[in-house]
Design a binder for this molecule. Structure first.
Ligand code: GDP
Ligand code: MG
Length: 391
């Protein structure tokens, strides 16, 4: 029998971001190890191999989300997503980051700020991650003077993206040495966790709003049915509740709820959950669909947005975009083509912030304030916010 999830501490969603090979996965494993070894701990150690496994292998249990681990500090329960650093996976970062209450930016003290470091900070800003704690990793192998320079560089990067780099905690760590049990570096990981606990505030949760969950993943549990996973964006859901599946255009009932393999009676805004949905065929629902309280959202395809067009230096385009441009829009977990209209302005250069109207290829739930990324040929070319939805 599975033990039920008991909500004893506030729950937050956090994640590692940063350039490939700077040590995100190693640090994630080290965090679980350090916390698992605290006395009276309820955290389980998750090894590097279990975090970095291939997605197909990850879909065993019903709530095993790819690269999600959970841990508890003295004051909080965290769901932590270890986001892949490679540019091809930025779209996963966008959708993962959209639900993050805070992030740990991992920067190798040996290499400093790299292109993906900057890209992730920019995307984090765009999707509404308000607090970043910096882990200057591989501090065991770097020399102090060089690490000081890297620290300055990271603080400047944060400030350039509106994060207040002066005040942000920057903690020198070694994920690798902490994983090996070295006391000095174990203490450094503890210090990093204290910084996360104190610097990332408890976010406001809209638990009274109508329930909404963007579908991240769909699984089939033999003998039980179709399960969708994701983070609850707002509201509360209980076993027995009727829900609407937007995209699948159907209504169904929630017959089971779990978080990290533990059954729960009700899930609320901020929780990472799996919902078992009655009688829903596996192929009826996909990533990008939205599960919501019936009648609470009206999908549409026209909106106005404020968009920042990334410069070439940030990995964006070298040439201007103009009316008629048709990139992919990454909104919540959805990936939809859209027609861009720049109005009288007609063109936008890389580095510009512009107002545009967009007509998506299909209707999805939209609302003012929603952040999104614009992608083209496997790279991010823009980041925006919906300012107005037209019927
Ligand atoms: P990711 O791509 O950011 O997830 O990076 P990984 O965690 O896979 O680490 C990349 C490489 O850096 C591996 O060879 C790690 O063993 C090494 N590494 C990670 N953390 C540290 C550290 O704190 N110190 C040193 N010296 N090497 C590290
Ligand atoms: Mg990794």
């Amino acid at each position: 029998p599975k033990t039920a999830y008991v909500r004893t501490k506030p729950h937050l969603n956090i994640g590692t971001m940063g350039h490939v090979d700077h040590g995100k996965t190693t640090l994630t494993a080290a965090i679980t190890k350090v916390l698992a070894e605290r006395s009276g701990s309820s955290t389980s150690y998750v090894s590097f191999d279990r975090i970095d496994r291939a997605p197909e292998e990850a879909q065993r249990g019903i709530t095993i989300n790819i690269a999600h681990v959970e841990y508890e500090t003295d004051t909080r329960h965290y769901a932590h997503v270890d986001m892949p650093g490679h540019a091809d996976y930025v779209k996963n970062m966008v959708t993962g980051a959209a639900q993050l209450d805070g992030a740990i930016l991992v920067v190798s003290a040996l290499d400093g700020v790299m292109p993906q470091t900057a890209e992730h900070v920019l995307l984090a800003r765009q999707v509404g991650v308000d607090h970043i704690v910096v882990a200057l990793n591989k501090a065991d192998a770097g020399d102090d003077e060089l690490t000081d320079l890297v620290e300055l560089e990271v603080r400047e990067l944060l400030t350039a993206h509106g994060y207040g780099g002066e005040a942000a905690p920057v903690v020198r760590v070694s994920g690798l040495r902490a994983l090996e049990g070295d006391p000095r570096w174990t203490a450094a990981v503890e210090a990093l966790l204290d910084a996360v606990d104190t610097y990332v505030p408890m976010p406001v949760r809209y638990t009274d709003a109508p329930f909404l969950l963007p579908v991240e993943n769909v699984l089939t549990i033999t003998g039980r049915g179709t399960v969708v996973t994701g983070a609850v964006e707002r509201g509360t859901v209980r076993v027995g509740d009727r829900v609407q599946v937007l995209g699948a255009d159907t209504e169904t009932v929630v017959t089971g709820l779990e978080t990290f393999g533990k059954p729960m009676e009700s899930a609320e805004a901020g929780d990472n959950v799996a919902l078992l949905l009655r009688g829903l065929p596996r192929d009826a629902v996909r990533r990008g669909h939205v599960v919501a309280a019936p009648g609470s959202v009206t999908p549409s395809r026209h909106f106005t947005a404020q968009v920042y067009v990334l410069s070439a230096k940030e990995g964006g385009r070298r040439t201007a975009v103009s009316t008629g441009y048709r990139p992919q829009f990454y909104i919540r977990t959805a990936d939809v083509v859209g027609d861009v209209d720049l109005g009288e302005r007609a063109v936008a250069q890389p580095g510009d912030t512009v107002t545009m109207t967009v007509e998506l290829g299909r209707d999805i739930p939209l609302e003012a304030g929603l952040g999104f990324a614009i992608r083209e040929g496997g790279r991010t070319v823009g980041a925006g916010t919906v300012t107005e939805v037209a019927g």
